[in-house]
Each structure stands twice: as structure tokens, then as C-alpha cells.
Design a protein around this ligand. Structure first.
Ligand code: DX5
Ligand code: ZN
Length: 232
């Protein structure tokens, strides 16, 4: 994975057909997705359950590019190795998931994978300042984690702007997760985001049988973000 700040679109398979993950991953990648975002939920850290490392391992052969694994689980540390060996390229853990995020990020980096730090809407960025040398990505949640299809929380835009200033020229992606559409993508891109997760917006626009809808939606979100940001 090389670093740059081009706008990347990461469809979340949380909104895909759960009986056809392999085909869904291939379809969105063929239609221009940059990363595949995989939402792991445990029914404890968040009030919903999705899937674990075995599912990640099963879809890995169907993902040509980056598999971006968002862990909404607590505890995290006992499962890092399992997600690493399942083929994740990026492993993102929540700042709120336990008392030792520094140790968690060290453990992710120790697997050789990229380390992501996710922050909930109610969490500020002060703690991020002390972790900048150990992360490759900050995931700013623009909904409360647990479900797809929620409404974008506008109060997070100032946070994104502050985070962008804090990061400066460090090679750290700013990923936005929750409620991304053609309408909200420009707001977060203008504030400094470069990776846009989009679940329902992408997967509601097509199907494995009619994947052109995925492509149209991915291009529309990307274009809206690029216009808002100006020259790359
Ligand atoms: C929420 C997940 C998101 C979610 C986004 O807990 O982390 O990745 O799938 O879905 P949309 O794009 O539908 O808000
Ligand atoms: Zn996510």
C-alpha cells in the first residue's frame, strides 16, 4: 500500500448481500471501489453482531485490493492476530474499546498490518495527538457505530478539520464512516478527509446482477468529494 491523499471510496459490505459476499466484493471493485470496508461487530461494544475472522478469510480471495477491517469489538487484543492472518491489510480498533489503545495499536503494527484508530462521535481528538506515530489511519465515525443506513452527524465536520490540521504532512489517512452520500461527501472532503466509507449509498444502487448502479454511485460520490476539495 502506497500513501497518498487521493479520494478513495471504500464500500462497506455491511450493506451487501450477506449470502454473496465474494461476488459483491468483486462487483464493487470492478465498478471502481478502492478499498473493501469490513465491519466486524460483537454485540457487546456495539448493539449488533456481524461476522468474525473466518468470514474475512473467506472473502479475502475475492478482494484484489485493500481489505480494510473495522473492529467494533471489545476486547480487541485477543483477536488481532486472527484478523491479521485472515488477510486484513488495515486493522482499525476503537479508542473507546478498552483502557489500553496504545498497546492495541502496538499489537496491530507488530503483525505487519496498517493500524487504524476509530473514534466515536462523542470522542474528541486530544488523545489522537499522543498516538500519531503509531497509526496509519484515523476513522472518524459520523454515525454511532453499530448499524448501516443512519443519518450523518454534522457536528463531526469541525472535528475532521481539526484532525487534518493535527496530522499535517504525516502519512495518515482520514477515513469517514457513516452516512456518506453524494451530499455529505463534499462536506467531509472539504474538511480534509480522503477515504470515504459508503455502505447503503453504494449497495442500494445496484446488485451483483446489475452492478453498473454501484459504479455510477461510486463515481458520483468520488466526483462530489473531488470537486469540493479542489485540486488533489
Ligand atoms: C457503522 C459501520 C459503517 C456502516 C456505514 O457502524 O461502521 O461502516 O456500514 O454504513 P452507511 O454508509 O450505510 O452509513
Ligand atoms: Zn465501518
Amino acid at each position: 500500500m502506497t500513501f497518498d491523499r487521493r479520494i478513495r471510496i471504500a464500500p462497506s459490505i455491511l450493506a451487501a448481500d450477506f449470502a454473496a459476499f465474494g461476488a459483491e466484493c468483486r462487483a464493487v471493485e470492478d465498478q471502481g471501489a478502492d478499498w473493501i470496508h469490513v465491519d466486524v461487530m460483537d454485540g457487546h461494544f456495539v448493539p449488533n453482531i456481524t461476522f468474525g475472522p473466518q468470514m474475512c478469510r473467506a472473502i479475502r480471495p475475492h478482494v484484489r485490493g485493500v481489505m480494510d477491517v473495522h473492529l467494533m469489538i471489545a476486547p480487541v487484543d485477543p483477536y488481532i492476530e486472527a484478523f491479521a492472518s485472515a488477510g486484513a491489510d488495515i486493522i482499525t480498533a476503537h479508542l473507546e474499546a478498552g483502557p489500553h489503545i496504545h498497546r492495541t495499536l502496538q499489537a496491530i503494527r507488530a503483525t505487519g498490518k496498517k493500524a487504524g484508530l476509530a473514534i466515536n462521535p462523542g470522542t474528541g481528538i486530544d488523545a489522537v495527538a499522543h498516538l500519531l506515530d503509531m497509526i496509519d489511519l484515523v476513522c472518524v465515525m459520523t454515525v454511532n457505530p453499530g448499524f448501516g443506513g443512519q443519518k450523518f452527524i454534522h457536528s463531526q465536520i469541525d472535528k475532521i478539520r481539526s484532525l487534518r490540521a493535527m496530522i499535517g504532512d504525516r502519512p495518515i489517512h482520514i477515513e469517514i464512516d457513516g452516512g456518506i452520500t453524494e451530499d455529505t461527501a463534499p462536506l467531509v472532503a472539504a474538511a480534509g478527509a480522503d477515504v470515504l466509507v459508503a455502505g447503503s449509498a453504494v449497495f442500494s444502487a445496484g446488485s451483483v446482477a446489475a452492478p453498473e448502479g454501484y459504479g455510477a454511485r461510486i463515481r458520483a460520490i468520488r466526483a462530489a468529494a473531488e470537486v469540493a476539495r479542489g485540486a488533489p
